[in-house]
Design a protein around this ligand. Sequence first.
Ligand code: HEM
Length: 145
Amino acid sequence: MIRLNPGTFESKRQRHVIFVPSPAGSNESAPSADAEIPAEVYEAVWGAVKVPTLRNVDKRPRPTFNKSFGHNGYFDSLESVVHFYNTRDVLPYCATLKGKAEPGKNCWPVPEVADNVNTEELGKLGLTAAEEAAVVAFIRTLSDQ
Ligand code: HEM
């Protein structure tokens, strides 16, 4: 989990909680009394991550170079990021499945921080597989050749 630096709060770029899955499979609670940062500062942004630019998001030094996406590197492809945006609020948590859990296919792991997730703008986009692929193709055009 990235702890935001209060010194960056003046930035005009927004931060959002989009609920990237936790690789460790468990979520985190906000710190309490011992935190270096005052509660009134961090509570409003706990779990939030600065919205990144998508320029050159898929740029690689060579075609075979492995990339990961998201602040914790959970996603290994743009396809999986877009599928997450599309189905985060449609698929169940993997831990609740009785059968075989296949993250990204039949479930998603629990979020790092679940308290204040943005469910208004993402999570259940209703895209078809072809539409997901079209979004990915568009994002790839944002990377320099
Ligand atoms: C369909 C529309 C969207 C697409 C295709 C999209 C695409 C992406 C991609 C590819 C990344 C990974 C960037 C990287 O790892 O460098 C990303 C990250 C992120 N996006 Fe979006 N995005 C969309 C909508 C949104 C919306 C609506 C919000 C906020 C309300 C948002 C907030 C964020 C944040 C906070 C991250 C960073 C997540 C992290 O690092 O864990 N995105 N987005």
